[in-house]
Structures are given as C-alpha cells and as structure tokens.
Design a protein around this ligand. Structure first.
Ligand code: ADP
Ligand code: MG
Length: 334
C-alpha cells in the first residue's frame, strides 16, 4: 500500500485521540498514558460494564464517515448502559486501523467527543493496533446497588413499551443502497426524509436519560439493537414469559411513514436492527405516571403490547389477525 501523507506513528495517534477527547473528571485518578487507568467508583454504587465491537463491512458500510463511526461506537455502548439504568462515566477504546491515518483518527475522535461531552464521559485508555478496521469500545458507568434494570423481571399482565420510534435506522440503511429496487423512488423523495432516516443510522441517540427514569419502575428492560422481535424475545426468555405485540401500535417516525408502505414499514420495525431504543415492561397501574415522566425526559414511549404466560413473541395487527414473525434479528455465525 502506498504511504499516506497523513500517516503518523502509533503514539502520535494516541496523543491526538487524547487531545481531542480530553475531559476532566475528579474520579479519574490516572487516565490515558500509563499502563492502566485508576478510577474511583462512588460508595454505594455498582460498576456497570459493557463492550461492543463494530467491524467494517459487518456493522457499518465501508464508506461510513469517520466522525459518524466515532459517534456510533460510543452510542451503541451507551445504549447498553441505558438499558441497565446506569449513568455513564468512562470508556476504553481498542482501535484497529488498516493504516495510521491521522485525518481519519481526528475525525473519529471528534465524533466520539461530541457525544462523550453530552454525558461528561472520559476516555481513560485503550489500545491502537494495525489490521482490518475494527472498533471495540468498553463503557463503564454507575448504578446504585440493587437498582439496575435487567431483562429478567417481566411478569404476565405487564404492559410492553418502546421509547422513540422503530425501524428508522434499518430504513436508513435501505435508503443508502443504490442497488435497491426502489432506489430511484427514494432519491426522488422530498429532501430531508431520506436524510432523517440515514441520520438515525449514523448518529443514534442513546436513551440514557430514559433508562434513569425507568430505574426502580420498569420490571424489565433491554435495548433494541438487533430488531424488536429478537430483542423482546431475549427479554421474554430471561423473564420466563411470552409477549403479544400489536404491529399497528409500533411507533413510526414521519419520515418512515412518508417513504414506505405498511408492509415495508412493518419489516423495518419488527426486524430491522440499529434502533437503540429501550424496550421495557411495567405493570399497567404504573404506566400513566411513567409515560408522563418519560415524555418530560425528552423521549416518550408507546405501549405496543403485553406480557403473557408462556414463551416467545407473537405479533398481531390492530384487528387481532396474527402476523408472521419477521426474519430473525441479526446474528453472527447464523
Ligand atoms: P501498553 O503497551 O502498556 O498497553 P500502549 O502503548 O498500548 O500501552 O498505550 C499507551 C497508553 O495509551 C495507555 O494508557 C493506553 O490505555 C492508551 N491508549 C492506547 N490506545 C488508545 C486509544 N485508541 N484510545 C485511548 N487510549 C489509548
Ligand atoms: Mg496496549
């Protein structure tokens, strides 16, 4: 491969990442630069830890902008903390790059920092290696002892809710596909609609504030990363229950409603990945106050069904007619 004018050494790259993500926190006793970070967990809190990897060509199209990748790598990890009801604090970044491209790293770090600043999250360490483009991020946060949301507490009779809207990111991925059968129709759509969906794909908003509202009030919670039916299925399995979902109750964005017919919309909403909304359950009696508090937090939630005895996720329409479940959610090695 020809040398790239912007190529620099490993330590220069680390320095640039550190400079562009710099953020002071009193609980970081030692950050980037030594062999390990030294961090202080507040008394009475548990450390919530989660990690996620993004592989080029698997988790994102190869031509995704570096700044979007930096944002998204953090967003998908914060979504996991949100689903636990945890407050984000720190992150570690393992970056594997085909070449030491300083421009790529600067843009990546800026995208990361834009979201990190919103949560006062400090990047405290990582690793930088050469190889196929792969981003592994570990996030750490706090949750008071005994207060974490888990997948396991749903009970028959609870209602099922989801924050925000579903299907936008999967529809956005479809909109980027110039080989799609309806590519011309989509390109001719009013400006802003395709862009709104693609923005949901590239810059997901983790529902951290909503996870905090749900703490101690939702009976179970999971973030929707692999598709609603797949992820609600995981929640049901962990709780030992089943769920019935009304496909006509699933929240849809104006852009999704405008650009796709009911059949395409349902496929994106039930089976599309990358939503990063929270799917949670709660007793019906708690719902009105909870929904009001969520709406005030900046992202409301919608009731989409209920928990039943048994197992598995069944889908029906508003008239009660059963709907065939979508293709399975994304699974590696499947
Ligand atoms: P070591 O060889 O001891 O693991 P490294 O040379 O890999 O140390 O890293 C030096 C310092 O830079 C460490 O504090 C490490 O956590 C940090 N670091 C390395 N790569 C990254 C990165 N991509 N993002 C943030 N910090 C990093
Ligand atoms: Mg190292």
């Amino acid at each position: 491969m020809p040398p790239n004018a912007a190529d620099v050494g490993e330590f220069e790259l680390i320095d640039r990442i550190r400079a562009r993500t710099a953020l002071a926190r009193a609980d970081v006793h030692l950050g980037i630069g030594d062999d390990a970070a030294l961090l202080a967990v507040p008394p009475g809190e548990r450390l919530a830890a989660s990690t996620d990897t993004l592989v080029a060509g698997v988790h994102f199209p190869l031509d995704t902008a570096a700044a979007d990748l930096g944002w998204k790598a953090l967003a998908v990890n914060l979504s996991d903390l949100a689903a636990m009801g945890a407050t984000p604090a720190w992150a570690l970044l393992a970056l594997t790059l085909p070449q030491a491209d300083a421009r790529f790293v600067a843009a990546f770090a800026d995208g990361f920092a834009a979201l990190a600043r919103e949560y006062k999250l400090a990047l405290v360490g990582g690793d930088t290696t050469q190889g196929p483009l792969t981003i592994t991020l570990t996030v750490l946060g706090f949750v008071p002892d005994g207060a974490a949301l888990t997948r396991a507490g749903a009970r028959a009779g609870d209602l099922v809710f989801v924050t925000g809207t579903l299907g936008d990111a999967a529809a956005g991925l479809h909109c980027r596909d110039r080989a799609a059968a309806d590519a011309e129709r989509l390109l001719a759509a009013p400006t802003g609609l395709r862009e709104a969906l693609i923005a949901r794909l590239n810059r997901p908003l983790p529902r951290v504030a909503q996870g905090l509202v749900l703490r101690g009030r939702a009976s179970a919670c999971i973030d929707v990363s692999d598709g609603l039916v797949a992820d609600l299925g995981h929640l049901c399995e962990a709780s030992g229950v089943g769920a019935e979902i009304d496909v006509d109750a699933l929240p849809a964005s104006p852009a999704l409603l405008h650009l796709f017919d009911a059949e395409a919309r349902r496929a994106f909403q039930l089976g599309g990945g990358d939503d990063y909304e929270l799917c949670f359950t709660a007793p019906a009696a708690a719902a009105p106050v909870l929904l009001g508090d969520l709406a005030r937090s900046g992202c409301g939630a919608t009731c989409i069904g209920r928990i039943v005895a048994g197992s598995g996720v069944r889908v029906h329409d508003a008239r009660g007619v059963p709907i065939a479940p979508p293709r399975r959610g994304f699974e590696h090695f499947a």
